[in-house]
Design a binder for this molecule. Structure first.
Ligand SMILES: Cc1cc2nc3c(=O)[nH]c(=O)nc-3n(C[C@H](O)[C@H](O)[C@H](O)COP(=O)(O)OP(=O)(O)OC[C@H]3O[C@@H](n4cnc5c(N)ncnc54)[C@H](O)[C@@H]3O)c2cc1C
Ligand code: SF4
Ligand code: SF4
Length: 455
């Protein structure tokens, strides 16, 4: 695909932060290159079920944003693309991008999924937390953007059935990676988060006990189009009658090198517990916690509603998880609220409230300083919260530290504003982009929340 090799701004990471920054900049007329390493834009939010504190459907918020990004005349999205290296080139940035082979020609694919239906290889579906199955030829999820198939080279047995099935001859099994170089006047890094590992705490046996899950797996079980269509125990398909959450299972723990609070775990555990009490009305749900941190607007009320719904909150430190012979999980807890009394309780399913780590080593990407925790540092957080020490390089969202969606969107807007001011100071006004928007028929412009597309 022919794409521009020069942008006003290069945004790295197309999660909610990257999409919001891109839209805000593109609406002002700046040309934006939005680079995403996954085959679809959307980031983590597209995989969530509902979002606290409003319990809105997550994909109902994310999908229109994704469409707005994809249709914006000033945004070029480069999916399945890794940023290999970024270096200063005079006052600009020069980035080397590696476009990974999809083994499907993007412009020729019509998203019909005939290759997927023809493919004989089934593997665990990473989008579904490994709980469902996908084929070696696949479209990542229903509302993926672009709706372009991708072939997993590690699983493909080169049988050629997808080649025959494709009506547009889009499958090219010997496609090669492409290295492209782009120049940008400014950059916004929005590379997001990853979870602390499920097996980090040996005493919890995550990854060994089948019914000890990660919180993102539970998000998929709760999602309307999740792997099983309802909440079932992965080991045997049983509807769980007793579920538990272990808080701070990857945060506030010096032994893991994660001394900080990951901020969202209390809230996502409470949210999931509330959703579970709706989908499994007869199940008992317990949250084992040391402190509940309900920091945002409406969050304390959200927490109180969960208690009023009958979710049990036990103040204690979970010492160990062991597998019961009936595939349940025994939780050994030292109760803080009962003078250190040690109790053992059995649950059908346990979720570890894992913490957040930075998804990407940002120092690898650009001359950017990170703290001991690996998240991006900004020298003047009070008056320029998104401006890094490197001129023209901005950061936003969970690349800077654990945060919820509201704060992520606020930071993304702030990064776009700071980048826009920086560009204007340099005499880059984005006028070329404004002309492109004006040239596009109004009917083709995708609307997106609260922002009018410039005409
Ligand atoms: C289980 C769970 C439930 C949650 N539920 C809620 C909730 O209900 N409400 C709420 O407010 N918050 C919730 N959160 C928090 C929410 O997920 C985050 O606030 C949000 O995802 C942050 O968005 P982001 O854009 O910063 O990061 P991400 O969504 O991680 O996006 C970053 C993007 O950058 C891409 N990327 C990374 N490195 C590169 C690279 N080198 N090159 C190209 N692309 C790259 C990634 O592939 C990804 O697409 C939850 C978190 C968890 C763990
Ligand atoms: S060639 Fe690979 S991707 Fe295509 S159908 Fe065969 S196994 Fe599936
Ligand atoms: S690669 Fe071909 S068969 Fe597969 S979705 Fe695209 S157009 Fe359809």
């Amino acid at each position: 695909m022919k794409m521009p090799d020069s942008y006003d701004v290069l945004v790295i990471g197309a999660g909610i932060a990257g999409m919001q920054s891109s839209l805000d900049l593109a609406d002002q007329g700046f040309s934006v290159g939005l680079v995403e390493r996954d085959p679809s834009i959307g980031g983590a939010m597209i995989g969530l079920s509902k979002v606290f504190p409003t319990l809105d459907c997550s994909s109902c918020i994310t999908t229109p944003k994704m469409a707005a990004v994809a249709h914006h005349p000033n945004i070029t999205t480069l999916t399945y693309t890794e940023v290999e290296q970024v270096r200063r080139d005079g006052e600009a940035y020069r980035a080397i991008l590696r476009r990974k082979p999809r083994y499907v020609v993007e412009e020729d694919c019509i998203g019909c999924r005939l290759c997927e239906y023809a493919c004989p290889v089934e593997v665990p579906d990473a989008f579904e937390g490994g709980m469902g199955a996908r084929r070696a030829a696949y479209i990542p999820f229903t509302n993926a953007i672009p709706q372009t198939a991708v072939i997993d080279p590690d699983e493909c047995i080169l049988c050629g059935r997808c080649v025959t099935a494709c009506p547009t001859d889009a499958v090219v099994l010997d496609q090669q990676p492409e290295i492209v170089e782009v120049v940008a006047q400014a950059m916004v890094a929005t590379t997001g988060w990853k979870l602390t590992p499920l097996d980090a705490k040996a005493e919890y046996h995550g990854g060994e006990i089948a019914n000890v899950l990660s919180p993102t797996q539970m998000e998929r079980l709760l999602a309307p189009h999740g792997p099983y269509g309802r909440v079932l125990r992965p080991s045997d398909g049983k509807a769980p009658e007793s579920l538990a959450y272990v808080q701070c299972a990857g945060s506030r723990d010096q032994t893991l090198g994660v001394p900080y609070c990951s901020r969202v775990c209390c809230m996502y555990a409470i949210k999931q517990a509330m959703l579970l009490s709706g989908s499994l009305p007869f199940a008992d749900i317990t949250i084992y916690y040391m402190d509940i941190r309900a920091f945002g607007k409406g969050y304390e009320e959200f927490y109180r509603s969960a208690k009023a719904m009958g979710i049990e909150l036990v103040k204690g430190k979970v010492a160990r998880l062991t597998e019961h012979e009936d595939q349940g999980v025994i939780v050994r807890v030292e109760r803080i609220d009962e003078y250190g009394q040690v109790e053992e309780r059995k649950h059908d399913l346990v979720v570890l409230s894992l913490g957040m780590l930075p998804a990407e080593d940002l120092t690898r990407l650009a001359a950017l300083e990170t703290g001991e925790d690996g998240f991006a540092e900004v020298p003047r957080p009070k008056d320029a919260p998104c401006r890094t020490a490197s001129d023209g390089l901005f950061v936003a969202g969970t690349a800077t530290g654990p945060m919820d969606i509201v704060d992520t969107i606020i930071e993304a807007g702030a990064a776009a504003t700071e980048a826009s001011l920086f560009l204007r100071e340099r005499g880059v006004t984005g006028s070329a982009g404004r002309e492109r928007v004006a040239a596009q028929p109004a009917a083709e412009r995708a609307p997106h929340d609260g922002v009018e597309v410039a005409t």
